[in-house]
Structures are given as structure tokens and as C-alpha cells.
Ligand binder design. Structure first.
Ligand code: BGC
Length: 256
């Protein structure tokens, strides 16, 4: 592979692993096999930057001018992380995007994980070409959401924290709760039904896309839901965050 391409790199910062891959944006696919490194025990921005450096070095197609998109499982406003459930609290209210740019010497975009996945599904996956309002939900440890209207992302929607029957919705309906409480698919689907009915009554989306690891078993629960909105599984699986982050980073790089 040539060193001249300067492909954008997508990085997914999770609680247990930091994963990255260069992305071929024409195809919406990884340009090389994903590299995963354990998240450092103390996952400060500096420690995460060191891991990203190693991931950059790992790939031939990522060079000095490659933009890097980084997903964070929390709110990110103008490059600053505002909530940090699964990463070190030192990210909070800290100019992380600027620090990472300085430390790594690349254009950096920090983005909420679900927002990145939503962007990827819009450009390359289940929401491609969809007009009107798309809501992507990721069902995992928590519930992440992305709101996209006519192709424009409205970031940090955080609709996994809607109140549902007196609870934070993700504490009732995330797939981790299904596992923790040992719920069957029909039992869990009752909770999803409450959640998605609430969402569609508030926002009247044109399409709901369901991502997160459990979406590979979508046929076990999506057909049980009774909604007026079309609801489909995500198609990019666990690649969506990395692909969406790389897409946003390239857009940012091109606009400078
Ligand atoms: C966080 C979101 C995140 C989601 C999925 C939620 O608990 O508040 O920012 O997108 O988990 O990781």
C-alpha cells in the first residue's frame, strides 16, 4: 500500500479497548484490518493520545496529514467532552480536541460515539439517501442516539436518557440490562416497545435505525415491535463508529 494516500483514521475509544482503522471514504469501508489496543487503566487524554500514536504508526496508509476522528461515549460540544461515563473523568470540560491536535499533529475531530455511527449509516448504511428525520439508536452498555435531519446531524441528542416509567431509559432498555436481568427477547422487547413508542411520539421520525452489537439478532426483536415508524437494523455493525468518525474528520480537514 502507498504511503501517499493519507487516508483518514477513525478511532473508537471504548471502556476496554481503543480500536482504529484507516477508512476508504469512497467505499465506506476499512482500508485495512482494524487495530485494537487495550484502553489504558487510567484513560486520560494524554494516555489515549499515546495509544492513538501507536495506531497511527501501525498503518501504512495513515500519514502526517491524515485527519483523525475519535469517538467518545459521552457528550462532546465544540471539541470539549462534557460527560464521561466510561472514560477517565479528566476528559471532562477539558479542551481535548485542541490538546490532541497539538500532541498528535493531525487534524482531530472528537465526536459522540452514536453520532459517528449515525453519520456512517447515513452515508454508507441503513439510512443512506433517507430524507426527513432519521434516529439511530445504539443498544449496548447504554443507549446512544443520533438525530439526523435531511442529512444534517444534530449532535448530542442523548435520547438514551429520556425518562421512561420513572427510570433513565438506558437503565431499562439497553441490551446490557437485558443481559444483567436475564430477560428473554420478548420480555426485553416490551421495554423497547415503551422506549421506541415514546421516541416516535415525541419526534415523529421517518426512519429508526437500530445499532449496537445486539442488532445482529434484530430478527429476534424488531418484528415484535408495533410502531408507525419504519425500524431497521444498522448495516455497518461495529464498524460504524470508526467509519463515521473518519468521515467527519475528513470533512473537517477539507473545510480548513
Ligand atoms: C452516553 C452517550 C453514549 C451512549 C452510548 C450513554 O450513556 O450518555 O453519550 O452515546 O451511552 O455509548
Amino acid at each position: 500500500m502507498s504511503k501517499k494516500t493519507g487516508l483518514p483514521l477513525g478511532i473508537d475509544v471504548g471502556g476496554s479497548g481503543i480500536k482504529g482503522a484507516p477508512v476508504d471514504l469512497a467505499k465506506g469501508e476499512f482500508a485495512a484490518k482494524r487495530k485494537r489496543i487495550d484502553t489504558p487503566a487510567k484513560s486520560t487524554p494524554e494516555a489515549v493520545a499515546d495509544v492513538i500514536d501507536q495506531i497511527v504508526d501501525h498503518f501504512d496508509d495513515v500519514r502526517g496529514d491524515s485527519p483523525i476522528g475519535i469517538t467518545i461515549p459521552g457528550v462532546v460540544t465544540r471539541g470539549v467532552v462534557r460527560s464521561a461515563a466510561n472514560i477517565d473523568k479528566s476528559w471532562l470540560d477539558f479542551e481535548a480536541e485542541k490538546l490532541l491536535e497539538k500532541k498528535l499533529g493531525h487534524d482531530i475531530v472528537l465526536v459522540n460515539d452514536a453520532d459517528a455511527a449515525g453519520v456512517a449509516e447515513l452515508h454508507y448504511g441503513a439510512a443512506k439517501g433517507q430524507k426527513g428525520l432519521v434516529i439511530l439508536t445504539t443498544l449496548g452498555t447504554g443507549i446512544g442516539t443520533a438525530l439526523i435531519h435531511n442529512g444534517v446531524l444534530v449532535p448530542n441528542s442523548e435520547l438514551g436518557h429520556l425518562e421512561l416509567d420513572g427510570f433513565d431509559a438506558e437503565k431499562r432498555a439497553a441490551s446490557s440490562i437485558k443481559d444483567i436481568e436475564g430477560l428473554s427477547y420478548p420480555e426485553w422487547t416490551k421495554r423497547l416497545q415503551r422506549y421506541y413508542s415514546h421516541l416516535e411520539n415525541l419526534l415523529w421520525p421517518d426512519l429508526i435505525v437500530v445499532g449496537g452489537g445486539v442488532s445482529k439478532d434484530a430478527e429476534q426483536f424488531l418484528p415484535l415491535l408495533r410502531l408507525r415508524t419504519k425500524i431497521v437494523p444498522a448495516t455497518l455493525e461495529n464498524k460504524a463508529g470508526i467509519i463515521g468518525a473518519a468521515h467527519l474528520a475528513q470533512e473537517y480537514h477539507d473545510s480548513r
